[in-house]
Design a protein around this ligand. Sequence first.
Ligand SMILES: Nc1ncnc2c1ncn2[C@@H]1O[C@H](COP(=O)(O)OP(=O)(O)OP(=O)(O)O)[C@@H](O)[C@H]1O
Length: 298
Amino acid sequence: MTTATHAPAGYADAARVLDAVKVYGRGDTEVRALDGVSVDFPAGRFTAVMGPSGSGKSTLLHCAAGLDTLTSGAAFVGGTDLSTLDDRRLTLLRRDRVGFVFQAFNLLPTLTVAENITLPLDLAGRTPDRARFDRLVDTVGLRDRLHHRPGELSGGQQQRVAVARAFVGDPDVVFADEPTGNLDSRSGEEVLRLLGRTARETGRTVVMVTHDPVAAAHADEVVFLADGRLVDRMAAPTADRVLDRMKAFETGTGAKAVETDTGAQAFETGSGAKAFEAGTGDSASAGSEAGATRGATT
Ligand SMILES: Nc1ncnc2c1ncn2[C@@H]1O[C@H](COP(=O)(O)OP(=O)(O)OP(=O)(O)O)[C@@H](O)[C@H]1O
């Protein structure tokens, strides 16, 4: 196992899954999305999850983050076995110990940039640490946009707000599902650098699902899934090496992977939005109320 650089609460892994099995549907329509995956996400590291379309990447991320439950096996955030938590405690864990960045930025349009960033803390009734907030705002380069609303920002700027929001509560782990999927390559590159830099500067852990070898090359390590199984890990990845590894998958399943790609994108957008609701849990409506209140006072 890899040695952790920043272990939360004495655990070397910020998150991990053990013998994870996830089965969707039954009988003829049964899909085994995860087929016995064990993988650790070391604390303080940036890990990318790659694999062909349909290999189980998003399912792994959602189950590891407590957005979905496993059919069997276990998922841990730090030392907490998620299966031991009831819905309320799971919602609290997601709110207090996990950050999320999705392909769709999921910002609240009525809130300013500053309010969107501090939303998870506001919902938790926590006061933002001013110095930490300031550091994050400077890291993501949004100081001159703090009083703007998301609709006044570019896609890249909106995703930078989402990155700041994910880190503001000092979570054990930030899960990112295709965070650059809606961005042009330049904005995507900025967001990836930012994810890596923020993870390093805050000592936090990032787990990112991506289709893109260039994106994966920003991570400290890449884990590869195929057919719901962990098939490889690559430390210090480069885009070329990741691409070569992916080509090996395509040799076996190339046509199928290309064919299913568009449908999978549509699926992902839907699950991203659902996951965000689940991520904020009962707080989504509170968020709207907060927005309405603030909107009235600004
Ligand atoms: N809610 C669901 N109901 C039924 N099947 C599902 C559901 N979610 C995912 N699946 C199936 O589980 C398998 C793994 O899906 P998943 O989205 O995790 O793969 P992925 O590697 O993230 O794919 P992509 O790269 O195309 O986004 C796929 O066959 C998918 O169709």
